[in-house]
Each structure stands twice: as structure tokens, then as C-alpha cells.
Design a protein around this ligand. Structure first.
Ligand SMILES: Cc1ncc(COP(=O)(O)O)c(C=O)c1O
Length: 376
């Protein structure tokens, strides 16, 4: 797997749940795009548009969407979630259900609606025996939307989205998934889980730069999502700059959510990263990601004082492994890891390791040895 990435030998990169390193193909795509812009400018804009379409096709494949008409490319997860929150026109007395442990982006967009009389129900799922049921128990007939991450960012709990999606469907509740901690690492099926919205930036497990994100919106819901930003690119006939048609005609697919010029450089990069992941095989990647997490569990269990905070039962974890040493100050341990060139994060009261499919075992071993040595 090393041939796809060229990480510096001194770097111990276990931080894909934060910001991933780019593969060689992505670096090459960005350099090629820069060179092209420098030498011939936008001479081949038509080809850039083809890349944009190819990326949508690859995103479709990644989440098993029915059609690229349901896929827009936005800036980031927060933008996508905001577009939903601001577009749905909530009424007073309606409520939204979210896990209490969500990343701030998937909380603040809903909390901002509280001034309109919308109730946000935050459900503690961290220690729940049945986290899906805990969420569903918080729903009632006034629940307009349930939003959750597919994999919790801090401790890596993986939710059974099909169970939640099925219940939402029965309750006529919209289902929104922040899939940033899944896509590129573990398989995702938007049809099987009945999600109405799926949002994910590309800079984590998809191994692309920050600032280019998937926004999926089920076809039937698109017209009911009020538009809050406007521009030329979202028009049905986007390249008819003479406005031959009378009135504003908004595209009747997800392009309606892409107001202005696309981020063509980000698109070139994400397209290259996803091309690589698809070539390697998403199933194979998932299997290696899960194997790496299981390897970390096994090694961590054997270390004195270590408590694993990530659920270790099958189907309950993905690529995130969070742990703490109960015998010492974990902030100090984290700082020591950082100082030792181990890229990881301090999340959910513990140290979060997040190796990807390409992370060699000896890289994980080097990090674990530093954890062991620090305990003395
Ligand atoms: C679950 C989750 N959602 C969203 C984000 C980031 O959102 P954005 O793409 O808006 O930066 C993160 C980043 O850590 C995350 O873990």
C-alpha cells in the first residue's frame, strides 16, 4: 500500500479522522492542474467539466446513489448541513433529534433554529446499550428530522443507519447523515439506509484536500428545500449567459445547490483520490481499515493501564480507535505523542488513533511503543 502514499519516514500518521495525507495521484493531479492553468489557462474548460461529472459518478458509486442528479459538490460538511437546516422551513413546535456527542457542525446548524421555536433533542448515545433505539425513543410525531454521524468523531461508535433510516421513514421524519467519518473507509449505501441527505467533506478518509464536499439530497425532497443562495451555475441553462429564457429557471436536479463557479482544483484532487480508492476496491479498503482497528484493540488491551473507549464489538467501530491511560494525564500523553511525530488527536477524553488502509503495521507499532514508553 505504501506505493500509493509517500509519507515522510519520520511521520507516524494516525490521523485520518482529522485531515488525511494525500496520495501520490492526488498530488500529481493538483500539479498537473496548476501547470495547465499556468500555461494554457482555461483552454480546456470543457474537460474540467467532464472531470466534475466523473467525480459525481464516483461519489454516486461510493454511496450507491441512484443518479448523479441527487449529488452536488459543495465546500464542506458544514455548508451542506446549513443548506438543509436553512432550507427546510421548520415550524414552531417541530423538533429535531441528534446525538449529544455530535461534532459541532452537526449541532450548531440545528441549534440555530431554536430561535424559531424548533426544539433540538440531544440524545446521549455514548453509553447507551442500544444507541439506535435511544435516538428513536426521542422521536415523536413532531420530529421533522433526525441527524447523526455514521461514525461518531470522538470515540468512533458506528451506528446502524438502516435501523434508524427505516424508523424515520415509518415516522415520516427526514433522515440526515454526516458521513465524513465513513466515506472512503467503510462501505455506505444511501438506498439501504433510506437517508434523505448525506454530507461529507473529502479531507478525511477520502484522502483529498479540505474544501470539496459531497452533498446528496434525495430527488423527491429537492423542490421542498428552499434555496438560500443564488448564482449562475444553479440555473437550468447555466451557460446561457444571454438569459434568452424569461424568468429564473433553476436546475431541477442537485445542481440547484451549486450557486457559482465550481472549485475545479478541489474537484480534480478529490476525483483523483476517489479514483484511486475505487481502483483499489472499497471492499478491500474496508476490510483493511477494520483489520487495523482490530490490531490496535489487541495491542492496546495488552498495555498496562489502558482503557479502550471505542466500542470493540463487530459492526460498532470503523477506523477510529480512542483510548486512555487510566494511570496518567492523557493530555500529557497526547502532547508527548505530538512531540514524537505521532499525528493523532485528543478527542472524547482520550487519544484518538485513526490509521487508514495504507497504514503499515510497523507505523502502528511505533506509536504504541511510544505510548508504552511514556507510561514508564
Ligand atoms: C463528524 C464530523 N462532521 C464534520 C466535520 C467537519 O466538517 P467540515 O467539512 O464542515 O469542516 C468533522 C471534522 O472533524 C467531523 O468529524
Amino acid at each position: 500500500m505504501d506505493r500509493y502514499f509517500q509519507l515522510d519516514e519520520h511521520i507516524i500518521h494516525l490521523n485520518h479522522a482529522a485531515v488525511a495525507p494525500w496520495p501520490v495521484v492526488t498530488r500529481d493531479a493538483v500539479i498537473a492542474f496548476a501547470n495547465e492553468n499556468m500555461t494554457i489557462g482555461s483552454r480546456h474548460y470543457d474537460l474540467w467539466m467532464k472531470t466534475e461529472q466523473q467525480l459525481k459518478q464516483r461519489l454516486l458509486q461510493l454511496i450507491n446513489a441512484e443518479t448523479t442528479d441527487e449529488i452536488a459538490i459543495l465546500k464542506n460538511t458544514s455548508e451542506g448541513l446549513s443548506l438543509i437546516a436553512q432550507g427546510l422551513s421548520f415550524s414552531e413546535g417541530e423538533n429535531i433529534v441528534i446525538p449529544a456527542q455530535e461534532f459541532p457542525s452537526n449541532k450548531v446548524v440545528w441549534q440555530a433554529l431554536q430561535t424559531q421555536g424548533v426544539e433540538v433533542r440531544e440524545v446521549d448515545i455514548q453509553d447507551a446499550d442500544d444507541p439506535e433505539q435511544a435516538l428513536l425513543d426521542a422521536m415523536d410525531k413532531h420530529t421533522r428530522l433526525l441527524s447523526c454521524s455514521s461514525v461518531q468523531f470522538a470515540r468512533g461508535l458506528r451506528l446502524d443507519l438502516a435501523v434508524i433510516g427505516q424508523a424515520c421513514k415509518q415516522n415520516a421524519t427526514l433522515f440526515c447523515v454526516d458521513a465524513i467519518q465513513s466515506l472512503g473507509a467503510i462501505e455506505f449505501d444511501v438506498q439501504a439506509c433510506h437517508a434523505d441527505f448525506v454530507v461529507a467533506d473529502g479531507h478525511k478518509w477520502m484522502c483529498a484536500p479540505e474544501g470539496t464536499a459531497l452533498f446528496y439530497c434525495r430527488k423527491e425532497i429537492q423542490p421542498s428545500l428552499q434555496l438560500r443562495q443564488y448564482g449562475w451555475h444553479m440555473l437550468k441553462d447555466a451557460f446561457d449567459f444571454t438569459h434568452r429564457h424569461s424568468g429564473i429557471q433553476i436546475a431541477d436536479n442537485a445542481q440547484r445547490f451549486e450557486s457559482g463557479s465550481p472549485n475545479m482544483m478541489g474537484i480534480a484532487a478529490l476525483n483523483a483520490s476517489l479514483g484511486l480508492l475505487i481502483d483499489i476496491g472499497l471492499e478491500k479498503i474496508q476490510s483493511q481499515v477494520l483489520q487495523n482497528s482490530a490490531y490496535l484493540f489487541d495491542r492496546l488491551w495488552a498495555l498496562p493501564g489502558i482503557k479502550i473507549l471505542t466500542p470493540t464489538t463487530e459492526n460498532r467501530y470503523a477506523g477510529i480507535v480512542t483510548f486512555k491511560n487510566e494511570r496518567l494525564d492523557n493530555v500529557m500523553l497526547y502532547e508527548h505523542l505530538q512531540a514524537s511525530n505521532v499525528l493523532c488527536a485528543f478527542r472524547g477524553d482520550g487519544i484518538r488513533f485513526s490509521p487508514h488502509f495504507h497504514t503499515p503495521v510497523d507505523i502502528m507499532d511505533r506509536a504504541l511503543n511510544i505510548v508504552l514508553d511514556f507510561a514508564g
